[in-house]
Design a protein around this ligand. Structure first.
Ligand SMILES: NC(=O)C1=CN([C@@H]2O[C@H](COP(=O)(O)OP(=O)(O)OC[C@H]3O[C@@H](n4cnc5c(N)ncnc54)[C@H](OP(=O)(O)O)[C@@H]3O)[C@@H](O)[C@H]2O)[C@@H](O)CC1
Ligand SMILES: Nc1ncnc2c1ncn2[C@@H]1O[C@H](COP(=O)(O)OP(=O)(O)O)[C@@H](O)[C@H]1O
Ligand SMILES: [K+]
Length: 472
């Protein structure tokens, strides 16, 4: 799992480092890592370092300092570097070093001309000390770089972003590569801000960071944690999933959830939903059994619509006291108390309704709202979307492996709920079931980037899971 820390946590670690290591200059470490990353970028992109033209936008703080010391190193390697101090002031020692290395200082007007001929724009305007948004002349440069297709390497984070927020300001740089120091910050991993960062490279500068603000999963983490069958496994020990989803109006949701559960490796599925879906599942998925019986976990809510008797339908399933995935329409009907080990799977709109707030409030502070719901119902919340947050009642946050944005389509959530139910039935706790379920669906979608229907993506899950066995 990859640790994510807030700007404040990084600042505190920096202070602790300075107290423990007087005389060690962290900015030099950051600048070394940055210069090396730019060098690799230029080598990888064709022009190489020698003779490459760099425009460096330098802000008034330490982010500009990093950029200036890196620019000096790159100039000594043969780059032709032009510097624009965007706010007049610039890190004094850094500027002196850059000028001594042959970097040329230019003004705003010259920066526009220099940009057109640049191989790369180094964005050292603002870092973790920046307020969101860009002043007009800098915003213009950022826009021109996009229009001209000039690659941008961002120092620590694309200037204009708030380091701790998933929501990008309207005006910011759009980086091809972001070189960050000490730790990943929320803006590097949370969509839509993360899409402004491009590829993110972390430079270790020796900070000792404490408890992370969140942990982001990588594919290898999912491979290590996926429950695999062994020689003593049978269909019961692998987990029997009870599925009570679908309605006259929405039978497809039940089919999709069942397809998801089956392709995630359920030992056995008992489908207990109503009419039309029951027939469809009988025809399409012959291994699914029908009717009541013992199960290890329930999946409820997908495709229920709004029918009289839904509250009783939910109460009946929760009365079993089993771990339950509560999805979609059942989220409107939550009682005050849930059995231990339940997983709630709202998207932002459903979470807003659950908490009686506006959707925009949830998108502005997804984690705060997911935490509120997890605390109120003492259940794990999987908040779905481009970033999938797994939030536990104690407030801990995990982030699932991200997938392609093609998955933003009706039915993806139904499939996901089915995958999670299989993992609950296999005995995983709700947080692990959510993390693995959301991640494996994203990994399956990565194998088929494009507008494939959600059931086609579900049918890729076995190949992903089969690969886990090879890795372990
Ligand atoms: N922490 C670490 O471990 C390490 C940190 N390092 C580096 O330091 C960076 C943080 O440096 P930092 O604290 O000097 O802040 P930084 O982002 O340069 O900006 C602050 C300046 O910008 C100004 N300003 C703010 N917003 C503005 C706006 N919207 N528009 C215009 N101006 C604005 C603000 O002025 P103010 O208006 O607030 O007086 C202030 O002058 C960090 O990201 C990393 O690159 C590395 O060297 C090594 C280890
Ligand atoms: N922008 C996005 N990028 C990637 N995946 C997304 C994005 N938006 C949504 N998704 C995927 O779609 C799912 C949300 O589905 P949901 O809205 O609940 O659909 P439904 O209820 O119709 O099945 C998420 O779990 C995620 O897998
Ligand atoms: K920056």
């Amino acid at each position: 799992m990859i640790a994510v820390h807030t700007a404040q946590q990084v600042r505190e670690a920096e202070q602790a480092f300075f107290a423990a290591n007087p005389g060690v200059d962290l900015m030099q470490r950051a600048a070394d890592g940055l210069a090396e990353a730019v060098e690799n970028f230029l080598e990888g992109r064709g022009p190489g370092v020698d003779g490459a033209r760099l425009l460096v936008a330098v802000g008034p703080g330490n982010n500009g300092g990093d950029a200036l010391f890196a620019a000096a190193r790159l100039a000594r390697l043969g780059c032709r570097v032009e510097l624009w101090a965007t706010h007049g002031d610039a890190h004094e020692a850094g500027l002196a070093e850059a000028q001594a290395a042959g970097c040329q200082q230019i003004d705003a007007g010259q920066a526009t001309t220099a940009l057109a001929e640049a191989d790369l724009l180094l964005d050292g305007v603002l870092g973790i000390g920046g307020r969101p948004g860009l002043d007009a002349p800098v915003a213009t440069l950022a826009r021109e770089a996009r229009d001209l297709g000039i690659p941008v390497v961002a120092v620590d984070l694309p200037s204009g972003l708030d380091a701790d927020s998933s929501t990008p300001a309207e005006e910011s740089f759009h980086a091809t590569l972001t070189v960050t120091f000490g730790a990943l910050k929320p803006c590097h991993v949370l969509q839509p801000a993360a899409s402004r960062c491009g590829e993110v490279r972390l430079v270790d500068i020796g900070l000792e960071l404490g408890e992370p603000w969140a942990l982001a999963a990588a594919p290898g983490d999912i491979a290590q944690r996926w429950p695999l069958p062994g020689p003593t496994s049978d269909k019961y020990s692998r987990g029997v999933v009870g599925i009570d989803t679908g309605s006259v109006h929405y039978p497809g949701a039940a089919v999709l959830g069942t397809v998801g559960a089956l392709h995630a490796g359920a030992g056995m599925i008992r489908f207990c939903g109503p009419g039309p879906a029951d027939g469809l599942i009988r025809a399409a998925l012959p291994s699914v059994t029908h009717g009541e019986g013992r199960v290890q976990a329930w999946l409820v809510g997908s495709g229920w619509g709004d029918e009289p008797g839904d509250a009783e339908r939910l109460a009946g399933r929760l009365a079993d006291g089993l771990p339950t995935v509560v999805d979609a329409d059942a989220l409107r009907l939550l009682p005050d108390h849930l059995p231990a080990g339940c997983l709630l799977t709202p998207h932002a709109g459903e979470l807003a309704r659950l908490l009686d707030v506006e959707r925009e409030e949830v998108t502005a502070d997804p984690i705060g709202h997911a935490r509120a719901a997890a605390d109120r119902w003492q259940a794990v919340v999987l908040l779905k979307g481009a970033t999938q947050y797994v939030v536990q009642p104690d407030g801990a946050v995990w982030l699932a492996v991200p997938g392609p944005h093609w998955s933003a389509q009706a039915g993806s959530g139904d499939v996901l709920a089915g995958i999670c139910a299989t993992l609950l039935a296999a005995g995983l706790d709700a947080a692990r079931a959510a993390l693995l379920g959301a991640s494996v669906q994203a990994m399956a979608a990565r194998r088929r980037p494009g507008p494939y229907p959600p059931d086609d993506i579900a049918r890729e899950v076995p190949a992903v899971v089969g690969g886990f066995e090879v890795v372990r």
